[in-house]
Write a protein that binds this ligand. Sequence first.
Ligand code: ADP
Length: 349
Amino acid sequence: MFKNPTPRQIAIFISIIIALSINVLLMILKLMGILEISIEMGMLIALFSFIIAFFISNLLIKRFIYRRIKLIYKNIHRFKLSKKDKFTATDVTDTILDDVEKEVEEWVTGQEQEIQNLKSLEAYRRNFLGNISHELKTPIFSIQGYIHTLLDGGLHDDNINVNYLQRAAKNTERLQVIIEDLDAISKLESGELILEIQSFDIKQLVYDVFEELEMMAQEQQVHLQFKEGAERNFIVRADKEAIRQVLVNLISNSIKYGKKGGRTKISFYDMDTNILVEVADNGIGMPEEHLPHVFDRFYRVDKSRSRAQGGSGLGLSIVKHIIEAHQQTINVRSTPELGSTFGFTLAKG
Ligand code: ADP
């Protein structure tokens, strides 16, 4: 009872002490012969003093608590209580302290959660910045190296001048890829990308991407084809341009990490409400332990091959973001030396 007393209980307690003190004082005065008072009169005075003391102390305690609670509320909410939320002294019910205690506990838990989120965001930001500068450093240093060599006389050396300029140009292209991918990922992560959903034939879109990547495939001697049974059209509902990006990233990866003379096969499976699209290559593949991480930003299994091919290390994380923005899923199966298969679903159109 005394562990968490209500304002009323405190007021009763104070009033009893006051009434008892007055009674004791009256008795002392009576004993000393200063005051002539009957027992009944003494009891009556004690009762009156108890009632008056109860009302006054109850009011004062409530006001005091109200002021303090208002302060706590202000601190919790970090803004003045709106007119609607403003509570008056009458709100100070017997359970108000319990309510405030509960709300403060909830607030503390909420704050702890928020601090935790901020900490992980900060760690992510630091990590992301570190990765970006690392990615940008390599091409920038290369460009600097080639330009300085040319300025230091290489410009007049016909054995290297054109070659070095071509290499510098290749590195600027790499910088462009990194910047474009960074731009895409920051748009996707900030939720800026608004999907423009439409119905279209995914098979036709794969044809278009095949055409776009034809040169690249020829250079690597990789054959792009549809799996047998993919003759008919497959209408899906999705953001066409975003899915084009997904296909470009997956198919160009299948070429980059493919084998000379190899092939990339695209297949479609009708799955009740969805269409499953699979991009399968018979390239270098990936060891099992890397598979849970390949969709992470800047994650590379084969670092030197990825950089040599001008990869930003962001391609698959862009793919995953786009598919998840469509509320669909993506998965990967892979065996070293045998090849990899990336599969994602899209809603049927
Ligand atoms: P990158 O720009 O390095 O290609 P991605 O995010 O597209 O970045 O891919 C991440 C890593 O996953 C690549 O560096 C590569 O090691 C591996 N990877 C992606 N696709 C394939 C594939 N089809 N076959 C083998 N490895 C792949």
